[in-house]
Design a protein around this ligand. Structure first.
Ligand code: SAH
Length: 216
């Protein structure tokens, strides 16, 4: 088995092992196919290519990381991405999560606060032929109102509370997946579903460790 397929098998095993928390024992076939289609090696620094299909986070420079593949898979799965969806990502980083989502939905808008990372991500996305991702540099805590409402929002950096602007930009019935907690402290991957009346329900999924959401 090649390294990429072996990684998917590890992710599936970790999905089964964590199903008691997440409620998701399996990846949807579409999500699995997207994880197989996107070359993670294209989004990691050249010096770390040999580790591209290891199931752990990798440093991408500027103190940031490309998330662990299992966590990317789980967050993508929890979003229930559909082909007609428009999704907002906060924390473009390497562009890998955006590329996975782009294989599953109509369009991805992604905001990154560090200009050099956004530029690198754009280069990788273009090189990989991903055309349905639009990047922006700025503070993602305020979302990206021009393209709202979003069917799904994914936040890949941890803050203490749910940014109100992101709730406002979520479509009723839409789903948001984000890590909540203190910088480098206890964090909980959280699923938020916005109701038709504009309120939302919140469910704890799994303890996680993300880089901090800055600014605000
Ligand atoms: N989704 C990324 C993970 C990157 S790590 C990937 O697939 O590689 C989280 C990213 O969030 C970092 O690049 C960090 O710079 C960015 N970030 C942190 N705070 C932010 C903010 N307020 N707005 C936008 N991006 C932010």
């Amino acid at each position: 088995m090649d390294a990429h397929k072996a990684l998917i098998a590890q992710i599936e095993a970790e999905m089964r092992a964590t199903a008691g928390w997440t409620g998701r024992p399996h990846l949807a076939p579409r999500v699995r196919a997207a994880l197989l289609a996107v070359r993670r090696e294209a989004f990691v620094p050249p010096a770390l290519r040999a580790e591209a299909y290891a199931n752990h986070p990798l440093r991408i420079g500027h103190g940031q990381t490309i998330s662990q593949p299992f966590i990317v898979a789980l967050m993508t799965e929890l979003l229930d991405p559909m082909p007609d969806h428009v999704v907002l990502e906060i924390g473009t980083g390497s562009g890998y999560q955006a590329a996975v989502l782009a294989a599953l939905v109509h369009h991805v808008y992604s905001v990154e606060v560090i200009p050099a990372l956004s530029a690198q991500a754009q280069t990788a996305l273009t090189r990989e032929g991903v055309g349905n991702v639009t990047l922006r540099i700025g503070d993602g805590a305020v979302g990206w109102p021009e393209h709202a409402p979003y069917d799904g929002i994914i936040v890949t950096a941890a803050g203490p509370t749910v940014p109100p602007a992101l709730i406002a930009q979520l479509r009723p019935g839409g789903r948001m997946v984000l890590p909540l907690g203190e910088p480098f402290g206890d964090q909980m991957l959280t699923l938020i579903v916005k109701n038709a009346d504009g309120n939302f329900t919140r469910r704890d999924i799994l303890p996680v460790a993300f880089v901090p959401l800055t600014g605000g």
